[in-house]
Design a protein. Sequence first.
Lengths: 125, 125, 125, 125, 125, 125
Amino acid sequence: MAEADDLLARGREVTRKLWGDRAGAPDLPAARLAPEFFGLVTQFCFGMFWSRPGLDTRSRSLCTVAQLAALGKTDELKGHLYGALNLGITREELVEVLMQTACYAGVPAAVTALNAAADVLAPPK
Amino acid sequence: MAEADDLLARGREVTRKLWGDRAGAPDLPAARLAPEFFGLVTQFCFGMFWSRPGLDTRSRSLCTVAQLAALGKTDELKGHLYGALNLGITREELVEVLMQTACYAGVPAAVTALNAAADVLAPPK
Amino acid sequence: MAEADDLLARGREVTRKLWGDRAGAPDLPAARLAPEFFGLVTQFCFGMFWSRPGLDTRSRSLCTVAQLAALGKTDELKGHLYGALNLGITREELVEVLMQTACYAGVPAAVTALNAAADVLAPPK
Amino acid sequence: MAEADDLLARGREVTRKLWGDRAGAPDLPAARLAPEFFGLVTQFCFGMFWSRPGLDTRSRSLCTVAQLAALGKTDELKGHLYGALNLGITREELVEVLMQTACYAGVPAAVTALNAAADVLAPPK
Amino acid sequence: MAEADDLLARGREVTRKLWGDRAGAPDLPAARLAPEFFGLVTQFCFGMFWSRPGLDTRSRSLCTVAQLAALGKTDELKGHLYGALNLGITREELVEVLMQTACYAGVPAAVTALNAAADVLAPPK
Amino acid sequence: MAEADDLLARGREVTRKLWGDRAGAPDLPAARLAPEFFGLVTQFCFGMFWSRPGLDTRSRSLCTVAQLAALGKTDELKGHLYGALNLGITREELVEVLMQTACYAGVPAAVTALNAAADVLAPPK
């Protein structure tokens, strides 16, 4: 059983792959209200789960995007779309994930997700 | 714009990869009550979305498993876990997807999904 | 502002239309655990909302069936399908409502609803 | 089994009843990001389901409004409230559907829906 | 069985504890669209349930905050956070309720709730 | 930042209060399929969140029961109802929490929760 310092270190290794230097200090009202919260999230989401060996990071990222779209969590979805692009997942692949959400969570969930994704996934000019 | 016959044919090509000969005629009360329903589902879920080129079938399968776990749809989850195994996704990978659901949909959603998956993903004796 | 006796009387007028003599005393574990609960439900769901003039009972019934299917509440769905049949809504109409749920809440929600409905809506032999 | 051209044609017949000339080309970020998506939606939601004979369009519209309110999908709700008015459903009837949502999806869902509906359903001056 | 006048009176007794003089006439589009709705809510949420003897008001308030956070209903959440502060529940306690939501409804639900709460729970300057 | 051994130890201190000797080794298919999962849950749900000082355990238990009822997670709900009884929360208080769920998550959510609770909360004979 690893130490919590290890959990944080392991978690940060993942978040750096996803968001580079912007990782770990999100500029959100939630971070001002509950300053310890995102450190805990780094430990348990990324240090305990994402860093486990049995599944590659690319698949974990796609599954996370898919779940956030299905659940209608648009703010976290945007963050994880940026992360997915940083991992080398393409715009086209991500649009397909969001479109397919219509089958399992309904058309409105897919529309909401595609609307939220439009800025993040717009082709660079 | 393809013909609907094509939609059905294209959809069946996908469902055969996922479920072989068991595809398309699920033995469910829903199929007795609404005999046309699953034909429509084959056309639109599999013929319109899954068969699109921009994302590989393996990724579509993982994303579907992830969404069904997040949404608590255990019956469809079991079906898609079988499909994922047929595509060559491993037991270990699928367990990781279900465990990670705890982060985004909460621990009870992950427990429900793991309970539902236990029979499907139990190692063969 | 009507009296609560009136609320109960007005509510019972609605539930009798839906379920006849079976109304108001559901044989559920919930009713044993919380004996006052269903009386309150009769007052506020049926006495305060369903009995309002601006929408006909048939439309209220269809909308309720649609919402319960979308929300995955299969036990209440069965009860309201019986109620809908008693109001003269046909089996075919109800199957259409449940099938269309696939568009707005996803295919798994529709499958769950159709499975739950199969006994209630099976044609009499 | 009809052709997909037919699905699109049949779907457009429905969407024209709901939204007239504004149908089919929603001015949404989602439509810019995924230009083929709304064509697919027209085919499967409206061409495959809404255009089926067993249930009248008015009832399909009411059920859709009810489901979108229950699921908290406010953008699509506004669109379908416009559609419902175009079909001749009255403001009063729609407000009743939204109020009754409190019974089945909780008071906050009803408040969210009524807030979203206020502009669409405000009486013309 | 009490009269509805009693329900309203009993409900108002509760809402006054939560929101003082601001109770009962929320300045929301929903209140303009459906002027009778919030009176009904006062009767059944507060007059029928919150005013029952078996559970103290402080616990009812905490449970409501917890449920609204889990369900992602941010507008009602803000209102009930104000109410909780008026009952003497502390900022720190409420932040803990929202953080713990991560365990049962997932991290995105907790982030959404904490973001919504930041203004209401910010320490006075 | 504490060590993970501490997280586990701290988590177990909480789960022992809730479930005594039955804590930590739930006899569930999920535990056979994913043997490490519940250890991780003990660390992060109970070691990271429940064991924080800012909110008493009784309030954390009530909020958890309320959230599980609102989310329809009946298996975990039963477990936490047992835990709540072990903390000294009364049957009557728990029934009130579940009944009040009708206001915020709808009547069907409350009925589902009360049905699930009936065995756990039945008065001892």
